[in-house]
Design a protein around this ligand. Sequence first.
Ligand SMILES: CC(C)(COP(=O)(O)OP(=O)(O)OC[C@H]1O[C@@H](n2cnc3c(N)ncnc32)[C@H](O)[C@@H]1OP(=O)(O)O)[C@@H](O)C(=O)NCCC(=O)NCCS
Length: 171
Amino acid sequence: MPRSTVRGATPKAAERVSRPTRMRIDDVPEVTALEALLFRDAWSADSFLAEVERRPEIGHPFVVRADGDLIAYGVVWFIVDELHVGNVAVHPDHQGRGLGRRLMGYVLREGRRRGMASAMLEVRPSNTRARALYESLGFRQVGVRRNYYRDDREDALVLELDLDPSPEERS
Ligand SMILES: CC(C)(COP(=O)(O)OP(=O)(O)OC[C@H]1O[C@@H](n2cnc3c(N)ncnc32)[C@H](O)[C@@H]1OP(=O)(O)O)[C@@H](O)C(=O)NCCC(=O)NCCS
């Protein structure tokens, strides 16, 4: 598959970062390993396989690779007119270099392109990095799900963003 540098990202010298591409069955072992590295309540391989098999108009799991290695992935769902961000995750070696922000931009553009009116997600109150990212994109808190996370019963903050069409999509 041809690779190209993600627009505006700052990869390490000579590193080739792919555009987000739809997750395939062959990606699932690496995605599951990265998920286990990042989350205590990690999704199983079966959960990711179910996402891969989901109809494209309902769900869009995606991956990003650099020089062939998996460096990020995400899962989003299109539920009526709402984009639901199930997960966005960046490998620790690649965090803090703008990739998460660019992936969220990709996800929100994809939602607008499909006519979604809003985007929503859940985030741990303790996940200050992710919260800072979402809040800087305009997400606002609309609720709390008590004892949401299975491993430690931490609450989830429910964040929402209106997806007004961007100017170029309006014309
Ligand atoms: C959350 C995550 C996706 C962000 O991706 P990233 O590539 O590290 O983030 P970016 O480099 O694009 O930074 C985006 C914003 O995050 C915030 N951020 C990044 N690093 C931060 C840090 N060390 N401390 C606090 N905020 C930070 C900032 O608001 C930053 O905005 P800026 O670009 O204006 O500085 C990534 O850290 C990650 O995968 N974390 C583990 C998995 C996870 O928690 N996923 C979200 C589940 S809801």
